[in-house]
Ligand binder design. Structure first.
Ligand SMILES: *Cc1c(COP(=O)(O)O)cnc(C)c1O
Length: 398
């Protein structure tokens, strides 16, 4: 498959004049989404009422859609299921992995991980008992910290701030050699770069769909369980839809077959309909093409910004193969600078303490956008356009 990028771009509804470099935080709206969700509301919910669970296939959506995502992350068919939010899926994967390695008590992660993953791990350790601990080391020290005390290695492949990418194949192999299981968070990988879960022999993986996969705010997460663990991974969040026979209404829990046991409760049908519309676009995409073009666009952006703005300090790996689909720069006034850029329709985001983050996806960003963004960033920096009180008051969401 060769990916037709101009055709993909035409399938997104980005407001005229906006250069959207924040699809890594919230992907933009596909043109087909409103009609698809509208149809789910009026034709399915409205007309079918409760029969929609069977007739419209609502109950089968979480695995059917999981299979479409599996293609994008190098996972086996039947090994991915949708539901809940990413934080919940992190908890589920971690709990199952810990239980599968019962002699060990340490979760190993790194200080570049997204805080929610670390918080969920802390909470789980507290529930399991005082001998369970979360150990975090600097990202570059992860490989050396994998020893035979580690039960589970929990790593987010791409750092949300800097875009630095971990080596999934190498770390998974090291973890397995030391007798540990792996939980990979693909929040900034799924839809950003090719992922090869099966080939790397990852044990568990989780990710969200509202970032690169464009399912919209509040879109559901996914969880991957390697087929070899399907019968041994026991769900800690043992909800009825993960039961072997939900509609038998047994009083005792028996985990369902395969990855479906990681379902918890009622699926978010309308959000899944939105995700279906976006996956119709993703079905036209070859991830290798996305990767090559993403690296080229970001290299162009970095070169342009560094040439125009010496005060912005580049904060991502320079080698495109070592980063995700984003570029970050540091500046002590990063928050105000980003507000000034947003006021000029160049939308990125700010991550404390001083990171300006720009996400790129060739699905709707092209060279012309990159060049315009560079010119606007140059203008904001040359003329100190950020230096206004209005740009320095932090909103609730940065
Ligand atoms: C975006 C992100 C989250 C967010 O979790 P939600 O439960 O979906 O809010 C968690 N972990 C990582 C690594 C993320 O990048």
């Amino acid at each position: 498959m060769t990916t037709d990028f101009p055709s993909l771009r035409a399938q997104f509804d980005v407001p005229e004049g906006v250069i959207y470099l924040d699809g890594n935080s919230l992907g933009p709206l596909p043109r087909a989404t409103a009609a698809r969700v509208g149809q789910a509301i009026t034709q399915e919910w409205g007309k079918m009422l409760i029969t929609g669970w069977n007739k419209a296939g609502w109950m089968a959506q979480p695995t059917a859609i999981g299979d479409r995502i599996a293609r994008l992350i190098g996972a086996e068919a039947g090994s991915v299921v949708m539901g809940d939010t990413l934080s919940i899926k992190v908890y589920q994967a971690l709990a199952a992995a810990l239980e599968m390695n019962p002699k060990r008590r340490v979760i190993l992660s790194d200080t570049g991980n997204f805080p929610s993953d670390l918080y969920m791990a802390e909470g789980l350790c507290r529930t399991l008992g005082p001998d369970y601990t979360l150990k975090t080391v600097a990202p570059e020290d992860v490989a050396d910290a994998i020893d035979d005390s580690v039960a589970v290695l929990m790593i987010t492949e791409v750092d949300y701030r800097t875009g630095r990418k971990h080596d999934m194949a190498a770390l998974t192999a090291l973890a397995h050699k030391a007798g540990a299981l792996t939980v990979w968070d693909l929040a900034h990988s799924a839809g950003a770069l090719p992922v090869a879960l099966a080939k790397c022999q990852a044990d568990f993986a989780v990710g969200c769909t509202y970032k690169y996969l464009n399912s919209g705010p509040g879109g559901p997460a996914f969880i991957y369980v390697a087929p070899r663990h399907h019968d041994t991974a026991r769900p800690a969040l043992s909800g009825w839809l993960g039961h072997e026979a939900p509609f038998a209404f047994d009083l005792d829990y028996r985990p369902g077959a395969g990855v479906e046991r990681m379902r918890v409760g009622t699926p978010p049908v309308l959000q899944l309909a939105a995700l279906e519309a976006s996956l119709d676009i993703w079905d036209q995409v070859d991830m290798a093409d996305v990767r090559a073009r993403s690296i080229a666009l970001i290299d162009r952006f970095i070169a342009g910004v560094e040439a125009r703005c010496p005060d912005l300090v580049f904060a991502s790996p320079r080698d495109g193969t070592q980063r995700g689909s984003q570029a970050s720069f540091r500046h002590p006034e990063g928050y105000a600078i980003m507000q000034a850029l947003i006021a000029q329709d160049v939308i990125g985001d700010f991550r404390a303490p001083d990171i300006l983050r720009f996400g790129f996806t060739p699905l709707f960003i092209n060279e012309d956008d990159v060049d315009k963004a560079i010119a606007i960033i140059g203008d904001v920096m040359d003329n100190d356009l950020w230096d206004q009180p209005a740009y320095k008051t932090r909103a609730r969401v940065t």
